[in-house]
Write a protein that binds this ligand. Structure first.
Ligand code: ZN
Length: 217
């Protein structure tokens, strides 16, 4: 469609990155992972100086267009595009800076909401013994044990980003983290890897959730 054939954001903004974020967002919406304007997505455009393409705040992810993607700097200041960046921009920046990620994706799925609450007392969700774990970067065997730390939710984004940064430092092997009754964050070296990580982790959370309910009966 036309909106992804043109580059409304000027020469510093690669149109492929904006178009790819739009495609990811629409796909996640169709899966029910980012309903009601929830969720946000970003991709690194340059490292020096740090610039990110990120979804604008409050937009319907099922009807995303490249006009909804902004270019920001490493301090969350808008460089190009209309609107405000996602309220959770500081979390994206924390992940990019601490993990060297090329893309960060965040969903508000049903299963991440359920499991982040049910396992909050344990501090995280452990996933092991599943073939699908091999979709995570660096994982070679189903015997891998993945730990997804859970962070208490907050509307204070600066505080939440600081907690996320400490959590990332304490859990260097984790491929993602959960915000309690809120959603999942994961990332990748590039957007394709981050998208794969969302698909893998969402799949595994659903398997874990459905299994635990089956066993309780
Ligand atoms: Zn969120």
């Amino acid at each position: 469609m036309n909106s992804i054939d043109v580059n409304p954001l000027g020469s510093r903004f690669p149109k492929t990155m904006a178009a790819e974020l739009v495609e990811v967002g629409r796909g996640f919406y169709a899966r029910g992972w980012v309903l009601g304007t929830s969720g946000n997505f970003s991709g690194v455009v340059s490292r020096e100086p740090l610039t990110l393409a990120i979804t604008s705040s409050g937009v319907d992810k099922g009807a995303l267009s490249t006009d909804d993607i902004l270019l920001i700097d490493g301090e969350a200041k808008v460089l190009e595009g209309k609107g405000r960046p996602s309220a959770e921009t500081l979390l994206h920046l924390a992940v990019v800076k601490l993990r060297g990620a090329g893309a960060v994706l965040h969903t508000h799925s049903v299963w991440s909401n359920i499991l982040s609450d049910a396992s909050f007392g344990e501090g995280g969700v452990k996933i092991e013994g599943h073939e699908m774990l091999k979709g995570l970067n660096g994982v070679e065997t189903h015997e891998h044990s993945e730990w997804l730390p859970i962070i208490e939710n907050s509307q204070d984004m600066a505080a939440l980003a600081a907690t996320a940064a400490r959590t990332l430092e304490r859990n260097p092997a984790s491929h993602g983290f959960l915000l309690r009754r809120h959603g999942l964050y994961t990332w990748g070296r590039d957007l394709a890897e981050a998208k794969r990580h969302i698909e893998i982790i969402e799949f595994l959370l659903e398997v874990l959730g459905r299994t635990s309910f089956t066993q309780k009966r």
